[in-house]
Write a new protein. Structure first.
Ligand code: GAL
Length: 518
């Protein structure tokens, strides 16, 4: 039985006659496909979490549904405590171990429960990071107030309830002696050599406390060279002191760039490329706090082959997605990934990072090359669905870098689809790959822990087209239950193949479960 589903990311249901008449791209409506979360409780996000023995533990159970909600955890190991009103788990675990617990979330509409695994050991980031980063909307205008507002927005928008966790400052928090803005100038370090934040960050510790008090985690950025990419004070020669400062300040995540280190390194020599990351990860590993390490050197020396070996929990696989977002989405997201077979490298503890989610409202510098204002992402609505779908299929970090305080329903729908997030956060952690290509039409597949498969039907071409996912390309045999992930809707049973009309630069994301399987 083969059925043709008339679905596309643009939610246009078209007859074959209408399709033939469609030529170049029509203006695209910003259709919200993600259904609104219901009032009943639902537990979302990751199903596994890594923590090191003795480190402060913080995990907020992500759950949508009407408040008030009462949280529970069955079999919570000794050393950990649950705040039943917020779902925050804190404390610390004394020694290594794997704990299978059950989360519950109850409200006036009912109770949800879900198993969860806490893995206490050396490995962090057992699923790709989820959060927000300041760079693409705030660049060199970032401040303490902006970071606090971002933490507030992560809660008030509900993103925290879908598993978003990290609130990360990018470049421009330290001092730049020659900054145009006097508020960003000053002494780079104090008399003890400790790095200073600039006047827009008067109290880092208080700021991370504010972020933690909302059940979230805080991230910071620096570079192994003397200067960051934007010319601010960085770590060269002060690595140990700077990490200790980040620990004192209460950070949970470090993005370690490359800029200005290139002046002292030979970028063709592997050892030169690896040295700064070995050094910093060694220092991080000795701290009494878990700090996830994000390596940002744009893929130099095939970093995916050794990023995990030098202690990285993720590594940028290409240059910045910004400036030419549309072109880079396809080049870096699809082609760099496929050419280098990046699916062979990512997995629990170390992820390929094709850069941030550039949707919503961004800094105009990245959209139109004009400094100082904000504009909508240059990606069309369908390209935005393509962007988030691809990221979830390749197990990329879901770090949104648009304005989190100004989320419209469309952008929120892109970020907060639990079916899509579930693919990204799948505990098996096996990144997907392209399994078929026919000109501009591509089929991508990701194997999931429960034996099901997530599949993306992509149309990189200039007009609506029919894309077919063949069971033979997906390694499937027999009838499959098919679910449309963006609409969170079961489509029925299909055998042999699944075909959908996909909009220009758009996608249809499905999940396939064997009819007689789990
Ligand atoms: C780039 C990096 C960006 C951003 C920027 C800050 O090297 O790729 O993500 O961090 O530096 O100056």
């Amino acid at each position: 039985m083969k059925r043709i589903a008339t679905v596309s990311a643009a939610l246009v249901v078209l007859s074959a006659v209408a399709i033939a008449a469609v030529s170049p791209a029509p203006a695209e409506p910003r259709l919200v496909l993600t259904p609104r979360s219901g009032p009943e409780p639902r537990i979302n996000g990751a199903r596994v979490f890594g923590v090191r023995p003795g480190s402060p533990f913080l995990f907020t159970i992500p759950a949508t549904g009407e408040r008030p909600m009462t949280f529970g955890v069955e079999n919570l190991p000794e050393g950990l405590m649950l705040d039943t009103a917020t779902g925050r788990i804190t404390g610390s675990l004394p020694g290594p171990g794997v704990y299978t617990v059950t989360f519950t979330a109850a409200n006036a509409r009912g109770t949800a429960s879900r198993p969860f695994k806490i893995v206490c050991g050396p490995v962090l980031a057992l699923t790709p990071h989820m959060g927000w980063n300041s760079w693409y909307v705030w660049e060199n205008r970032v401040s303490d107030a902006i970071m606090r507002a971002a933490a507030d927005a992560m809660v008030s928008s509900g993103l925290i309830d879908h598993g978003y966790q990290y609130v990360n400052i990018d470049d421009c928090w330290s001092v730049r002696p020659d900054a145009a803005d006097p508020g960003r100038r000053g002494e780079p370090r104090d008399a003890r050599g400790l790095i200073n934040s600039n006047s827009y960050f008067p109290d880092m510790k208080d700021m991370t406390g504010y972020i933690h008090a909302r059940g979230l985690k805080a991230g910071i950025y620096t570079s192994p060279g003397p200067r960051t990419c934007a010319g601010y004070t960085a770590a060269a020669g002060h690595e140990e002191l700077d990490v200790r400062r980040f620990v004192e300040w209460g950070f949970d995540f470090l993005k370690y760039d490359w800029c200005s280190y290139g002046d002292q390194a030979d970028e063709t020599v592997l050892d030169d490329l690896q040295k700064p990351y070995r050094l910093i990860s060694g220092i991080l590993a000795a701290q009494p706090r878990d700090i996830v390490l994000n390596i940002c050197q744009y893929g130099l020396g095939n970093v995916w082959e050794w990023g995990r070996g030098v202690g990285g929990n993720s590594w940028r696989t290409a240059g910045d997605l910004g400036h030419d977002v549309v072109g880079n989405l396809f080049r870096d997201g699809f082609d760099v990934y496929t050419r280098n077979e990046l699916h062979r490298y990512g997995g629990p503890g170390g992820w390929n990072d094709p850069d941030y989610l550039l949707i919503g409202i961004l800094s105009s510098a990245f959209v139109t090359d004009r400094e100082g204002s904000n504009e909508a992402s240059p990606l069309s609505p369908n390209e935005q669905y393509t962007h988030v779908s691809l990221w979830s299929l390749v197990a990329a970090p879901l770090i949104f870098s648009g304005d989190i305080t100004r989320l419209d329903d469309f952008t929120l729908g892109l970020l907060a689809n639990d079916d899509i997030i579930e693919v990204d956060q799948d505990p098996l952690g096996r990144p997907g790959r392209r399994v078929a290509k026919d000109g501009a039409l591509e089929v991508w597949m990701r194997e999931l822990e429960d034996g099901s498969k997530a599949v993306g039907l992509f149309n990189r071409g200039p007009a609506l087209a029919s894309v077919t996912a063949k069971w033979s390309d997906l390694g499937l045999d027999g009838p499959q239950r098919v679910r449309d992930l963006w609409r969170s809707k079961d489509l029925g049973v299909f055998d042999g193949s699944f075909e959908a009309y996909v909009a220009r630069h758009g996608v249809v994301m499905i999940r396939l479960r064997p009819l007689n399987g789990r």
